[in-house]
Design a protein around this ligand. Structure first.
Ligand code: AMP
Ligand code: ZN
Ligand code: FE
Ligand code: FE
Length: 296
């Protein structure tokens, strides 16, 4: 299946959060795959973007700054716990944004001892070092705990770790501080970026009414886009999100949520092979960022 325009991938995780490829390797891999543009969107950190931008400056692929913030959904939207907000084109040195991201990383690390304690009482003995082994470059979180559980033979798969122990509502789950989704959007905007609702299908499924409710809460705070193109969205969902983006004048973005080894089968730029992010999505985002910056 040929596409006449180069590929882009605007949702990628590196070892700066819970991906397994270092930022520099991601840039190299994207180049090998012939991608025209990528955005690194690590959870609650810009550190990987700093490294990748330095490594890939001025070359191919073009690199957009990005971040994926784990937020508290608006009132009346309990859903599945966390609402992920992507920030594109943010100023890497924005003080308030960096301070909030630091707080979020601290909250993630602070809860690890409590998760390990609960796991211990369930007969699963892991040390902080066992976990840190899987997070050499960034704040450790549940994905790294899951990897440690696999490595030590307590579970066979990532899914088993979450489904039996550390997923929300399971015996070793511990909640953590999250910034409100509305504050995250405002912060991304004040850092010169555009805020995009990540993988809406994971939050609202294909329920148009739920999507409308969520957008009604987020739009007044300056939500700028919807991640329409995502490997786990089925055609019905993609159509729903395209229509909503058109209706509200939102940008459409897309990416694979590449994490390396912990999401096996997902390839940068093409997901499971039959996925593709339209190039115009990247062009539109760059144009919107130019406009946004010249207005601030
Ligand atoms: P943390 O921010 O440390 O709580 O980790 C959250 C991350 O864990 C998410 O971004 C996902 O990558 C992963 N995750 C959360 N829930 C699950 C689940 N049920 N199955 C697999 N991965 C999950
Ligand atoms: Zn992740
Ligand atoms: Fe996410
Ligand atoms: Fe992600």
């Amino acid at each position: 299946m040929g596409h006449d325009r180069p590929g882009v991938d605007l949702h990628i995780h590196s070892t700066a959060s819970d991906g397994t490829l270092p930022p520099v390797d991601i840039v190299r891999e994207a180049r090998v795959l012939g991608l025209a543009a990528i955005a690194l969107t690590d959870h609650d950190t810009l550190e990987g973007v700093r490294t990748a931008s330095a490594a890939g400056a001025g070359g191919h692929p073009a690199i957009l700054t990005g971040v994926e913030i784990s937020t508290e959904p608006p009132e009346g939207f309990p859903g599945g716990g966390s609402l992920h907000v992507l920030g594109y084109g943010v100023d890497l040195d924005h003080v308030d944004l960096n301070r909030e991201l630091e707080t979020l990383r601290g909250a993630r690390e602070d809860r690890n001892p409590r998760i390990l304690e609960r796991l211990g009482s369930l007969g699963i003995d892991l040390t902080p070092e066992d976990v840190a082994f899987h997070a050499p470059d960034g704040a450790a979180g549940r994905p790294h705990i899951a990897q440690a559980m696999i490595r030590k033979g307590y579970v066979a798969t990532f899914e088993e770790a979450f489904d039996r122990y550390i997923g929300k509502g399971k015996p070793a789950y511990v909640d953590k501080y999250r910034v409100s989704g509305l504050d995250a959007i405002a912060l991304i905007r004040s850092a010169g970026g555009i805020a995009v609702l990540a993988h809406p299908g994971l939050t609202v499924g294909n329920d148009g009414d739920r999507l409308a409710d969520l957008l009604a809460a987020l739009l007044p705070f300056g939500l700028g886009g919807l991640e329409v193109y995502y490997p786990e969205h089925d055609p019905e969902q993609t159509a729903l999100f395209e229509a909503a983006a058109r209706q509200h004048g939102l940008l459409m973005t897309g990416g694979t949520d590449f994490h390396g080894q912990i999401k096996p089968g997902i390839r940068m730029g093409s997901g499971r092979g039959d996925f593709h992010v339209p190039f115009r999505v990247y062009e539109d985002l760059v144009e919107a960022l130019d406009t946004h910056r010249s207005n601030t």
